[in-house]
Write a protein that binds this ligand. Structure first.
Ligand SMILES: Nc1ncnc2c1ncn2[C@@H]1O[C@H](COP(=O)(O)OP(=O)(O)OP(=O)(O)O)[C@@H](O)[C@H]1O
Ligand SMILES: [Mg+2]
Length: 413
């Protein structure tokens, strides 16, 4: 029936990005917005750019697709200098997604998504096919949404269309500037999960600007922490940055609660999932009830023909029916396998349900996660962190005995 684990074989279709001593000085600026940024982003990775407002994140991003010309320095995509590329060729290679999706209000969803392919001269049938495929990928039913106008969509849905548009021409590189800034926390979490799953599936190189360190920890294979002037404070994996901040700026930026932030490093997929009774829409009810009772389950997860969970009824809600139906949907609480433990807690608390269904690529069912599993994991992570702090304190006091801190020059009597 359900295949246990999702395929991990990721094909990398992304391109390597290299910035070499890139400088941007806006007219009249004394200190350049970007002082000298050198950086390699490996093909197929998500890199999150974080840093305080005005530190040069957007400027750096826009130089990669030449919305802003660098004052000096070089930017290479897979070894090719972007200055040698035509505008069309750059459009083909780099998708761009910004806050709110920034859709054209007078165009339908489908027209918005197809803007770049149209510019590239694709024929109408191919554009239509691609548009439907992408709407499906970002979790919008094409039949329902393709002919709507942006004003007929929620903020989160507009953002999804924005992501679809960024992916439309299948570019190896996608740049995103605060793509999930304007949506509520739960939708934001869904969109992040969607992005991670798209990334898993397509292996793009993604640069995502955010000023939310938790988002960076969740999304980034690596995080680039920038200081004023786009100077690099640290460029490393989330694990390494949390474990060993390079300096006080990074430590402050990452925040005091970094043991709690470890929760953002743990994905739902790494915990043990329960495998309760499942059933298909259309199945005879008798055997399903028998299976559930034999297993001691009081709920059954109902799947559709593509292995997606569609309902999560209590046994008592099923007894008076002869066949399994895709109802009721009210308590269908789902989490993507890429969701973090923070997300899992949020979702369960918001839904007031102590369990959530975990899904993988294209919403395929994987199992059920319960509250106890999450809290147990947190408790053991906390114990571990407390032990680490204790050990570090011991090490520190041993050090200060050997090497007393300098007393300074002033202060005699
Ligand atoms: N068109 C412009 N002309 C002059 N100065 C600019 C221009 N755009 C940005 N700047 C300045 O360059 C610096 C970097 O701006 P940038 O927009 O790259 O910052 P950011 O890190 O994206 O900030 P935020 O988090 O607020 O979006 C800021 O000091 C900003 O005022
Ligand atoms: Mg910005």
């Amino acid at each position: 029936m359900t295949q246990g684990t999702p395929s991990q074989g990721q094909s990398v279709s992304g391109a390597e990005l290299r910035l070499d001593q890139v400088v941007k000085r806006y007219p009249g600026q004394k200190v350049p917005a970007v002082q000298s940024l050198s950086l390699t982003i490996p093909a197929g990775e998500i890199v999150a750019f974080v840093g305080p407002s005005g530190c040069g994140k957007t400027t750096s991003l826009k130089m990669i697709n030449r919305l802003i010309e660098p004052t000096s320095g070089t930017i290479l995509i897979d070894g090719n200098d972007i200055r040698q590329e035509s505008a069309t060729s750059l459009r083909r290679k780099i998708g761009y997604v910004i806050q709110g999706g920034s859709l054209f209000p007078h165009m339908t969803v489908a027209t918005n998504v197809g803007v770049v392919p149209k510019m590239l001269g694709w024929d109408a049938a191919r554009i239509a096919e691609r548009t439907d495929e992408l709407l499906d990928l970002v979790g919008l039913d094409p039949d329902r949404y393709r002919d709507r106008y942006p004003r007929e969509l929620s903020g989160g849905q507009q953002q999804r269309v924005g992501v679809a548009r960024g992916l439309a021409a299948d570019p190896p590189v996608i740049l995103m500037d605060e793509p999930f800034g304007a949506v509520d926390p739960i939708t934001r979490q869904r969109l992040q999960d969607e992005l991670i799953s798209i990334q898993r599936e397509l292996g793009k190189t993604i640069v995502c600007v955010t000023h939310d360190i938790d988002e960076a920890i969740k999304l980034g294979d690596r995080i680039l922490i920038l200081q004023e002037g786009a100077r690099i404070a640290q460029y490393d994996t989330p694990e390494n940055i949390l474990a060993a901040p390079a300096n006080d700026f990074v430590a402050d930026f990452v925040g005091a609660g970094s043991t709690l932030k470890q929760l953002s490093l743990t994905r739902v997929r790494s915990l043990d999932l329960n495998q309760p009774t499942t059933a298909r829409v259309g199945e005879e009810m008798g055997p399903v009830l028998a299976r559930a009772e034999a297993a001691g389950d009081d709920e059954v997860v109902i799947l559709d023909d593509r292995d997606r969970p569609v309902a999560w009824p209590w046994l008592r809600q099923m007894r008076n029916k002869t066949k399994v139906i895709g109802e009721p949907r009210e308590n269908l609480v789902t989490l993507d396998e890429a969701a973090t433990l923070n997300d899992a807690l949020d979702t369960m608390l918001t839904a007031a349900h102590s369990k959530a269904i975990v899904t993988g690529d294209r919403d395929r069912y994987l199992g059920v996660l319960d509250f106890e599993t999450v809290t147990e994991h947190m408790r053991s992570a906390e114990r571990e962190a407390a032990e680490n702090v204790e050990n570090a304190e011991k090490a520190e006091s041993a050090e200060s005995i050997e090497d007393p801190a300098p007393t300074g020059e002033a202060g005699h009597g």
